[in-house]
Design a protein around this ligand. Structure first.
Ligand code: AMP
Length: 289
C-alpha cells in the first residue's frame, strides 16, 4: 500500500492509471476507521482493480464551535486497517495543499442541503457546501469509476448523488448499508467520545428508529414518529430532528404515496452529536437499511 501526501502525487498516479484498462474505486473517509469504513473498503476491493482511500479531516465542513480540533485521529492505525483490507493507495493530503491560499470555489447543491443536518438549527447549509466541495475535488483528483459512501449519512449520500449527476461526474456513486455495533448503535468515529454511560444511553437512538418501524407497520406514519420521539425522550435524549422524508428529494413525507420513507434522526448524547436513520418500506414491512 502506498501513501500519497500531495495533490501532485495523486495527479501523477491518476495519469499513470488512465493509460491502463483498470477500474478504480474511491472510498472517501475522515479516518479513525471502524467497520463501517471497512465495509466500504471491502466492497471497493471486491469490485475494482485499484482501491484508493482518501483520509482527510475536511475543515470546511465543520462549523465554528464544532469538533474539528478534537476529531479523533490515528493515522498509523488507519493505515494498518486499510492495508489489511487491501487498499492500494491512501490519499492523505494536508489542508494547505487541498485549500491553498487563494482557493475561492464552492460547490453547492441547493434545496437538499437546507433541511435536516443542513438546517440552521443543525450543522447549517455550510456543512454540505464543505462536503460537496471536497468530494468534487476528490472525484476530480482520483477520477474513479466507483465511489463508495455509507447509508449512515443518508442525506450526504442523496446530496452527493445529486451533485455527481448535475456535474456529470463519471463515477458511479455506490451507497452501502449502515454497519452497527451488536446493540444496534451505528458505528461512528464520534462514538469514541462517549463515556460508558453515554454509550449505554446512545443505544436509544437505533431503538427509537426500530420502534418507529414497528409502529409504522401497525398504525401508519404519524403514530410511528410520535412513538420514536417518545422513546428518545424517555431515554433523556432531545433530538435535533426526528423527521420523515422521501429519500430522493428529502421532501417531507406524509406516507400517503406508498413510496419508501427515510426517517432520520440527529441527537446530542452528553454533548456528542450522533446521527442515524431507517428506511420504511410500506410494501415490504420489516426491512432495514
Ligand atoms: P466519515 O469518515 O465519518 O466521513 O465516513 C466516511 C464514509 O463512511 C462515509 O461515506 C460514511 O457514510 C461511511 N460510514 C460512516 N459510518 C458508517 C457506518 N456505520 N456504516 C456504513 N458506512 C459508514
Amino acid at each position: 500500500m502506498k501513501v500519497l501526501r500531495t495533490a501532485a502525487e495523486m495527479r501523477a498516479l491518476r495519469d499513470e492509471l488512465r493509460g491502463q484498462p483498470l477500474t478504480v474505486g474511491l472510498v472517501p473517509t475522515m479516518g479513525y476507521l471502524h467497520q463501517g469504513h471497512d465495509s466500504l473498503l471491502a466492497a471497493a476491493r471486491a469490485e475494482c482493480d485499484v482501491v484508493v482511500m482518501s483520509l482527510f479531516v475536511n475543515p470546511t465542513q465543520f462549523r465554528p464551535g464544532e469538533d474539528l480540533s478534537t476529531y479523533p485521529r490515528d493515522e498509523e492505525r488507519d493505515f494498518a486497517i486499510a492495508e489489511a483490507t487491501g487498499v492500494d493507495y491512501v490519499y492523505a493530503p494536508q489542508p494547505d495543499d487541498v485549500y491553498p491560499s487563494g482557493f475561492a470555489t464552492k460547490v453547492e447543491v441547493e434545496g437538499l442541503t437546507e433541511v435536516l443536518c443542513g438546517s440552521e438549527t443543525s450543522r447549517g447549509p455550510g456543512h454540505f457546501r464543505g462536503v460537496t466541495t471536497i468530494v468534487a475535488k476528490l472525484l476530480n483528483a482520483v477520477d474513479p469509476d466507483f465511489a463508495y459512501f455509507g447509508q449512515k449519512d443518508a442525506q450526504q449520500a442523496t446530496v452527493i448523488r445529486r451533485m455527481a449527476e448535475d456535474l456529470e461526474f463519471r463515477a458511479k456513486i455506490v451507497v452501502l448499508p449502515t454497519v452497527r455495533e451488536p446493540d444496534g448503535l451505528a458505528m461512528s468515529s464520534r462514538n469514541a467520545y462517549l463515556s460508558p454511560q453515554a454509550r449505554e444511553r446512545a443505544t436509544a437512538i437505533w431503538a427509537s428508529l426500530q420502534e418507529t418501524e414497528a409502529v409504522f407497520a401497525e398504525a401508519g406514519l404519524e403514530p410511528a414518529l410520535e412513538a420514536g420521539r417518545r422513546h428518545l425522550e424517555l431515554a433523556g435524549i432531545t433530538p435535533e430532528y426526528f423527521e420523515a422524508r422521501y429519500p430522493g428529494t428529502l421532501d417531507p413525507a406524509d406516507g400517503r404515496s406508498g413510496d419508501p420513507i427515510l426517517v432520520a434522526v440527529a441527537a446530542k448524547v452528553d454533548g456528542t452529536r450522533l446521527i442515524d436513520n431507517i428506511l420504511l418500506e410500506p410494501e415490504h414491512e420489516g426491512s432495514t437499511p
